[in-house]
Design a protein around this ligand. Sequence first.
Ligand code: PMT
Length: 220
Amino acid sequence: KVPSVLNQKTIIITAGPTREKIDPVRFFSNHSSGKMGYAIAEQAKELGASVILISGPTSLAPPAGVTFVPVESAEEMYHEVMNHFDKADIVIKSAAVSDYRPKQTFDQKMKKKDGSLVIELERTEDILKRLGEKKGTKLLVGFAAETENVEQYALHKLNEKNLDLIVANNVNEPGAGFQKDTNIVTIFHRNGEKKAYPLMSKKEVANAILREIEKLLKGE
Ligand code: PMT
């Protein structure tokens, strides 16, 4: 068997949700289970890559043989991705990173009061966008989780974040997106190439993404 071009390459994969603290018992988060990112980590490891899996909180066990870096918030994920970025050849950002966090956090549990409550949110760092600004010769792969105008929004992210590939999923489609063992994705290349895949297991989707990366590395 011919070894994969990913053999010996270092890949950062982010996975799972982030948690943005409100107080010691509450946070904002999302439905990401980590299944998509962990499947990519496992398959990349199988192909001989050196994998750094930077993950928000999930109930999954990290695949054997990967370097596992657990994080909670978008800010922690940002710092860990930046810490490891120099040694990476490829970054795949499958994590569902919170775009906002509470402007103020509390050290004690917030007590209920009469009337409504307003929590002001501020933007988190767009990790992928920052990577796109300093990518050099590294390969950058993003995801786009959309509920409408999938192609338009995905292509906007591909360009705005200076990516090589973007993997779009319509998280409203049955069998696709958060929590499921399956996904339905379309992969867009920066050169305009587009590949739409049928419903597949997340393991098969992971292999499809890695095949596209292999092709880019081989200059095909
Ligand atoms: O974990 P599962 O339950 O298996 O679900 C899989 C999934 C739906 C989470 C996955 O397939 C997926 O779509 N991941 C990306 C989710 C997401 O945050 O998409 P987005 O369109 O909001 O973000 C676009 C890209 O920018 C993503 O690569 C994201 O990691 C990145 N991003 C977003 C915000 C931010 N502050 N920093 C980022 O780097």
